[in-house]
Design a protein around this ligand. Structure first.
Ligand code: SAM
Length: 222
């Protein structure tokens, strides 16, 4: 396999650090995880361009900058337990696993989940647990989480995810009904019953499909 370490380091300097992501742990994790191992065969040479790339099941591996920006926004710290909804290729979960103590990742497509698991095994990332299913319900048996990141856009922040945050926990999720542009939302749990919401501008994600997301035909579920 080619050595992509120079391209990876350049990506972090040029596309991530210089665009405002300052969190040292995030930058170090992005320097460590080989994105070329998470793209489809034949796309390795594009792994360090700041673009989403196609993966199977009509999904995408997110753009590196947005992965870094979302993790920084979620303020993930060493020792924390994090949930990622929409594991896709497994790349963002892999980056999270280099910072957090334990990562729980959920993906709705079994074939993507299986591939991501194989990649974690191959890289020796033993602190990630992946489940196939509907992530809009969260992972009640493993909750509560210090941070939850959602890599697909829903109509709003799912109640189940908000309720699975510790007090002080952060949920970062794209929301909105326009498929070409959504808003990145950060929800912080401030007490047993209260949440604070902040809006971090326009983003573009694939839809979050599930019980507390969109239905397969694009309508709001339940
Ligand atoms: N984090 C991924 C990565 O690094 O490759 C990005 C994957 S893609 C932008 C979003 C993923 O969310 C897709 O793989 C899609 O199948 C998944 N997804 C959509 N709705 C979901 C749900 N309710 N539960 C779990 N995964 C879901």
């Amino acid at each position: 396999m080619s050595d992509y370490s120079h391209a990876r380091s350049r990506m972090v300097d040029v596309q991530i650090a210089s665009r405002g992501v300052r969190d040292k742990a995030v930058l170090a994790a992005m320097r460590e995880v080989p994105r070329e191992a998470f793209v489809e065969p034949g796309f390795e040479e594009f792994a360090y361009e700041d673009i989403p790339l196609p993966i199977s099941e009509g999904q995408t591996i997110s753009q590196p900058y947005i992965v870094a920006a979302m993790i920084a926004l979620a303020e993930v710290e060493p020792g924390e337990r994090v949930l990622e909804v929409g594991a896709g290729s497994g790349y963002a979960a892999a980056v999270l696993s280099r910072i957090a103590e334990r990562v729980y990742a959920i993906e709705r497509h079994p074939s993507l989940g299986e591939q991501a698991r194989r990649r974690f095994d191959k890289l020796g990332y033993g602190n990630i647990e992946l489940r196939v299913g509907d992530g809009t319900r969260g992972w009640p048996e493993a909750a509560p989480f210090d941070a939850i990141l959602v890599a697909a856009s829903g109509p709003d922040a799912p109640r189940a995810l908000k309720e699975q945050l510790v007090i002080g926990g952060r949920l970062v999720i794209p929301v909105g009904s326009d498929e070409r542009q959504q808003t990145l939302l950060k929800v912080t749990r401030t007490s047993e019953t209260d949440y604070e919401e902040e809006d971090f501008g326009p983003v573009m994600f694939v839809p979050l499909i599930g019980e507390q997301g969109w239905s397969e035909d694009g309508r709001r579920s339940a």
